[in-house]
Each structure stands twice: as C-alpha cells, then as structure tokens.
Design a protein around this ligand. Structure first.
Ligand code: C2E
Ligand code: MG
Ligand code: MG
Length: 771
C-alpha cells in the first residue's frame, strides 16, 4: 500500500510524517525567516508606493494595514529564531499568514491593478512558500484567498466580474491543492530515498567496520597479498607472529620462507587445485632472516580477486610444538627405555636402509645378534636390579667397542644387536669380534659382588659370497644372524659364530624335527616302547629301557632320531618327557597290578628336564601317586648334562632322586666331553657303554681297549655296567669275560610295545612286534 497520501502528498503514518518534518526543521526555520524578512522588506517598499493614495479615503486604510503587516513580519522574524520544533514554526507561520491575509485584504480593497495581481500572488505564496504542513499550506492558501477576495469584492460598488473572479480563484486554489500535494509527495519520496541511501551507507559502514574488526581480531595469523608475495594487509595476529623486532610492516611473504622453492611448490599446488591449498606444510623464519627462529607451519590459502588483481589470502597455523612432540615421540618409539639404545623397530629400519645402500654397491655390512648368557640366572639369583645393571653394562660396553656410525640396539630381553656398516673386508670381523668379546666378557662389579658377563654372538654378512641368495632381504639376513646365534648358544656359549650355509641346513633339519615333535604331541601318538636289558651271566631280563615310539603324520613309524632336537627344546623336551613318564608309570602300574615282574624301567631324560629344579619332586610325586616304587625306575642321561652352568641344578636333581631310590645311569658313556670326576661328583649307579664301541669290538682293537678300560674303571668305582648295541653272541662273550654285568641290543631284542612285554618275559625270546 502506498505510504503517501494521494490527497495531501504527506505520509499516512503520523510518526513518519513527524520525523520528516523534524528532519526539515532547520530548513523550515530558515525558510520562514527569509519569508518574514522578505515580507517586511517588500511591504516597506509597498508602503512608499502607497503614498500615491494620499488624500484618498483608501490612504487611511492602506497605511495602517501596511504598517501592521510589516510590524507583524518583523515580530515573526524575531520569534522564529526561538522555535525548536516544526509545530512551533508552523504555528508562527499561521499567525503570520492570518495577520498578513487580513492586512492585505484591506489593501486590495483599493481595487487597483496591483490589487488584482496580489489577489493571485499572495495565495500562491501561502501555498508554495510558507513552510507548513499540507494542512497549513492549503488552509492558509484558502483562507488567504477568501480574505483577499472578500477584501476586493465586498466594498461597494459590486463588481460585475465578481462571479468570474470567484470561479477563477476556485480554479487557482484547486490547481494549487494539486501542486502542493504533488510537491509534498516528491519531497517525501526524495526524503525516503535519501533516508534509505543513508541507512544503506550506514549499514555498509557498520558491516565494513565489523569485517575489519573480525579480520583484525582473528587469532590466526592472516596475510593478504598479491601473487608475487607483496603484502596488502595482515591482521594483528600475523603482525605479532611475523614481527621481526624492527616494527616494520611485513613487505613480502617471500621474505619468510626458509626454502623459496616451498612457496613455488605451494603456488603450483594452488594452480592445479582450483586456487586453493590446505594445510601445506612448510618452514618459515622470522622475516629479518633470523635462522634460529625457524618454525614449522601449515599454510592454507585461497585465491581472491582484489581490484581486478589476482591475490591470495593465507592463514598460518604454527605446528612447531606439535612437530617437536612428534619427533620426541618418534625418538621415544625408536629407543629402548632401559639402555637408551635403539630398539628393535629402529634397528630393523636401519638394517633396511643399510641393505639398500649396500645393494647399490657401497661396501659390506654385518649384523651381530648378541645374547647375554645365563641372564635369567643373574635375574633369578641376584635380582632384577642386578639384571638391569648387567643389561646396561652390556649396552655401554657394546657402544664402546664399535666405531661411531655403527648402530647398537637392544632387541628385547637380553638380546642385543649391532649393525656394522662400512666393513671393507669381512676378515676384519675377526679382530672386531675379538675386541668386542674381550670388552664384553669383563666381570661386572655390582654392589660388593661380581657378576659374570658372557655373551653369545651370531654374525651374518651382507652381501655374502657364501649365501646363495645374494639379494636376500632384511628378514633373511636377520634369520641368518639368528641361526648363527643359536649355534653359538648351543655349542658352548660365550663365543661368536659366523653364519654359513651348513648352519642353515642343520637349523632347517632341527626345525623339521621340532615340527614333527609338535605334530606327534598334538596327535597323541608318542608312547614308550621297551627294550630289554639282560643279565649277561644268566641271560635273564633284568629290566627295560623305555624308548620313544610314535606315528608320523603320514602314518609311518616315528623314531627318536626323527625328533632328536626336540629332546633339548625347553618346551617340547619337557612335554615329551612328561608323555613318556606318564606312559611308563601307567605301564608299571599295570604290570605291578598283574603281578608281572619287569625288573626296573629306565627312562631317558635330557638337560632341559634336569635343569628344572621342580623335576625331581614332580616325578617322585607321580610315582607315589601311582604307587610305583622308586627302585623300579632308572634315569638315563648323557654326559652333556654335566656341562655348562646348570651342572649345579643337575646335581641337586640327581642327588634328590638317587636318595629317593632311583638308579642313575650314564648313557652313551665315552662319547661326550664329561670329565671322569663327574662319576664321583654325581650319584652314578650305572655306566652304559656306547654301542659305537661295542659294534666293532671284534675288529677294532681300540674299541676293545676302551671297553676294557671303562669296565675296569667302573669295577674300581663300584659302578655297574651295561653294554649297548649287542648284536651277536661273540660280543656277549667278550663283554661277559671283561666283567660287564648287563647287555642290551638287538641280539636280545629290540624295543617292543608295552602290551608285548609280558609275552617277552614269559617266552624270553624275540617277540613279533619290534621297533
Ligand atoms: P639310547 O638311550 O642310547 O638308546 C639306545 C638306542 O639304541 C635306541 O635307539 C635303540 O633302539 C638303539 N639300539 C638298541 N639296540 C641296538 C642294536 O643292537 N643295534 C643298533 N644299531 N641300535 C640299537 P632309539 O630308540 O632310536 O633311540 C635313540 C636315542 O634317542 C636314545 O639313545 C636316546 O638317547 C634317545 N631317546 C629315545 N627315547 C627317548 C626319550 O623318551 N627321551 C629322551 N630324552 N631321549 C630318548
Ligand atoms: Mg638310553
Ligand atoms: Mg645309549
């Protein structure tokens, strides 16, 4: 709906109209003042012209009327100065109009030519010039017109044109009405437009101000600049962040890139990604070039057009602390906490890098895997603090014994590793390893005691002419070092072994044996079979040796040689012994229950059983539980169990079992490295002469001499003897003549299943099922 009245040209809304008038107060006042001044001045001039009426009756009307108009105009001129509202201005204008209209009505009664002109002119002035509202203009105009017409026409004689004049006046007033309404309308439209323009300008200024304040207070450094780097604007955060201490504003962004190429790379990225780049990581420095103040930042940038020029707006996020933290975490993740050495992932990464470099033809490298011998014992006997001290000492000694640039790492537990790079000649290794061993093997003083420090080392070279697979990857190289270490540990410890293909073969052989043992155990096939032992003088069976028998996964017979490595394996060895002991005890229980006298039963045990301090009690507990007399059980072990540091444990176990009534037999006597003193040191009841000496007894005088010597030795020490591997009567005769009490061999019978033992005892001849 139109907000402006068609009739008056004023705002329909009173408040708006009041606001409009109020906005024009100064102008209206000035207008009124000019009007009053002009009125006074012009009427003063007319007063002079009124002298022409001197001597006429009109003179006495004209002069007072003119003087009244002049005086009143001057009064209004004075009064309008104090008017502070449009209503007041309008009121004074009204007052002026009334007095002026009445005064001029008297003046026009002269009916002069000028009177007619004034009759038209003065209402026009009231309509168009007096600064009042529509009501004032039209009211004043009409009132003035009526008063003048009355003043002109009323005095006698009546004018013949009276009616015509009245009509002409009416047309004039209608026209003026329309003119005033139109003028009002135009003024208000103009006022509205200017007000809107003003409001828009104010809103624009406000939003610019807001934007400016937002830009200034964004806590992220913000830089607006041309593509060539020249800076247009920076916000406060950017000014602070990039302050170079001189207070000079940043002139160009290219000043702060540490590497100018990074800026070029960022621009190239923007160009290929629609003018945008996010989180572009780069390094910046203080614009004054202070290289100590290098920071890592993420820059995000957008292209913008400013005044038609290609510009960019960028934010900078400082990630210096984050990067430092990441690097710290990375270092921590790559370091062993106890020793401060590199850890396994770090070492493997370094090996990978070194292998790459070596593959490209730069020298030779070597990986050393180092295992602290008897570490568990140190931990168990001297405490974890001593264990930690030993590990730290090994770490320290290793670091001291390698060249700078070689990497020492702790792979976990008591295992260390060294990566030797820049190895000119593999023959240099000997010297390096001797130096390392000498340094490492020095005893370690620890809290008024001395901890022995010995290590085993496995060494692998890359590339190595011995290795068929020259391009072997890190896994292969580490595996080779591991196999060499395994060999070092299994063959005396305290030494270094260099990997060679033969080791791989024996390792693979062993691995196959362990696999077979695992499978056999999983499928429950291993069980003890029994080979008879015979009293050579009487030919009577005096007991049996329990030997492991089972079935392969493919159904074929499983013999001890197929799983030999498993006997010495920490877990598998114990599992096999458990299985055999269970079987033997169950069989003994059955035979005892059936009243069958099988004599004694010998069980083969290995190092892993005897090193275990709980073995003796467990075995005795099981025998007691099954009510199998301890005297019925014999234990066979080879001399190798006395070698090494676990001899103490072995001694404790054997004495305990011997005291409990078990017999102890030394198997394969003469083939190991045991000292004769072991025969006194440990409770040995029986020596089993190895079948290698028995086999060629008749043809090899050396073997015969050895047998005689062993028999004499045993006789002197009061130890009984069993000859193994007897295959013919001549061997029996020789052994019996030499004083050997017992014999065992295919001549008397191979191992039989438990179910056939009774049969064998009854018939005392070879049964059908043997292995
Ligand atoms: P060993 O304890 O010396 O057992 C004697 C080995 O000689 C047995 O081989 C037996 O079958 C074989 N033998 C017996 N008489 C003759 C003969 O007249 N001629 C020939 N050529 N050989 C004969 P087997 O059963 O293959 O056992 C081999 C080795 O495996 C055993 O040697 C023993 O050290 C070990 N072993 C067997 N069973 C077990 C077991 O349950 N636990 C452990 N730890 N080791 C076992
Ligand atoms: Mg044996
Ligand atoms: Mg033997």
């Amino acid at each position: 709906m139109d907000q402006i009245s068609t009739l008056t040209g004023e705002f329909r809304d009173k408040t708006r109209e009041t606001a409009f008038q109020a906005s024009r107060l100064t102008e209206s006042r000035r207008h009124a003042r000019n009007l009053f001044l002009l009125s006074a001045a012009l009427n003063a001039l007319f007063l002079l012209s009124d002298w022409r009426f001197a001597g006429t009756p009109h003179f006495s009307i004209a002069i007072p009327a003119r003087v009244a108009v002049i005086s009143w105009s001057l009064v209004c001129l004075y009064g309008v100065r104090h008017m502070t509202s449009f209503a007041a201005v309008e009121r004074i204008c009204f007052a002026w109009q009334i007095v002026t209209a009445i005064g001029v009505a008297f003046l026009v009664s002269s009916r002069s030519d000028i009177a007619i002109f004034v009759l038209v002119m003065l209402p026009l002035v009231f309509y168009l010039v007096v600064p009042t509202s529509f009501r004032g203009n039209v009211g004043g105009g009409l009132g003035c017109g009526a008063a003048l017409l009355a003043g002109y026409l009323l005095p006698a004689p009546a004018s013949p044109t009276m009616l015509g004049m009245a009509l002409a006046m009416a047309i004039l007033h209608c026209g003026m009405w329309i003119a005033v309404a139109r003028m009002n309308r135009l003024q208000r439209l103009e006022w509205t437009a200017s007000r809107e323009a003003q409001d828009a300008r104010a809103a624009q200024a406000r939003s610019l101000d807001t934007l400016e304040r937002i830009f200034a207070t964004i806590p992220l450094p913000l830089v607006v600049g041309y593509r060539d780097g020249r800076v247009i604007r920076t916000n406060a955060a950017a000014q602070r962040y990039l302050a170079d201490g001189t207070g000079a504003p940043l002139a160009s962004t290219s000043e702060y890139y540490v590497d100018a190429a990074q800026r070029a790379a960022m621009l190239a990225h923007m160009d290929s990604h629609g003018g945008a780049v996010d989180s572009f990581e780069c390094r910046i420095r203080n614009p004054n070039g202070d290289i100590r103040d290098v920071r890592d930042v993420l820059i995000s940038s957008r292209s913008i057009l400013i005044d038609g020029e290609d510009c960019m707006m960028s934010t900078l996020v400082d990630i210096t602390h984050r990067k430092e933290a990441e690097q710290r975490m990375e270092r921590l993740a790559m370091t062993d906490a106890l020793t401060g050495l590199a850890n396994r992932p770090h070492f493997l990464a370094a090996v990978a890098q070194a292998v790459d470099a070596t593959t490209e033809g730069r020298g030779q490298l070597s990986v050393l895997l180092i295992d602290v011998d008897e570490f568990k014992r140190v931990n168990d006997t001297a405490g974890h603090d001593a264990g930690d001290a030993l590990l730290c000492a090994v770490a320290d000694r290793l670091k001291r014994s390698v060249r700078p640039g070689d990497l020492v790492a702790r792979m976990g537990g008591d295992e260390f590793a060294v990566l030797l790079t820049r190895l000119r000649d593999p023959r240099d290794l000997d010297a390096i390893l001797s130096r390392m061993t000498a340094t490492l093997h020095a005893p370690l003083p620890y809290r008024a005691r001395t901890i022995e420090c010995r290590v085993s080392m496995g060494v692998a070279l890359f590339p190595d002419a011995l290795l068929p697979d020259r391009g072997c990857a890190i896994d292969e190289l580490m595996k080779h070092a591991d196999i060499a270490l395994y060999e070092a540990k299994n063959n005396g410890r305290g030494r270094a072994v260099l990997f060679e293909p033969a080791l791989l073969e024996s390792w693979q052989r062993e691995a196959r044996m362990l696999d077979r043992a695992r499978q056999a155990l999983a499928h429950g096939s291993p069980e003890p079979w029994y080979q008879p032992k015979v009293h050579l003088a009487t030919g009577r069976i005096i007991g049996f040796e329990a030997l492991l028998r089972g079935t392969h996964a493919d159904g074929g017979p499983l013999m001890p040689a197929d799983v030999a490595a498993a006997f010495e394996h920490a877990e598998l060895g114990r599992a096999i012994t458990d299985r055999v002991v269970d079987g033997v005890i169950a069989d003994c229980r059955r035979w005892l229950g059936a009243g069958i006298d099988v004599g004694h039963v010998a069980i083969n045990v290995s190092g892993v059983d005897l090193y275990d301090d709980g073995f003796a009690e467990r075995l005795l507990g099981r025998l007691a539980e099954a009510q199998v007399p301890t005297g019925m059980i014999e234990l066979e072990m080879t001399e190798s169990v006395f070698l090494g540091r676990n001899a103490d444990s072995v001694g404790r176990t054997l004495h305990r079992l011997s005291q409990a009534g078990l017999s102890i037999a030394l198997d394969d006597f003469g083939t190991g490295y045991a000292s004769l003193s072991h025969l006194k040191q440990f409770p040995i009841d029986i020596i089993k002469i190895d079948q290698r000496f028995v086999r060629e007894l008749q043809t090899n005088p050396d073997d015969a001499a050895i047998i005689r010597t062993v028999l004499n030795l045993a006789y002197s020490l009061g130890i009984r003897t069993v000859a193994e591997g007897i295959e013919n009567a001549q061997q029996v005769d020789y052994l019996r003549a030499g004083g050997c009490q017992y014999g065992q061999g295919f001549y008397f019978g191979a191992a039989v299943a438990a179910s056939d033992v009774a049969l064998l005892l009854g018939e005392e001849k070879l049964p059908r099922r043997t292995m």
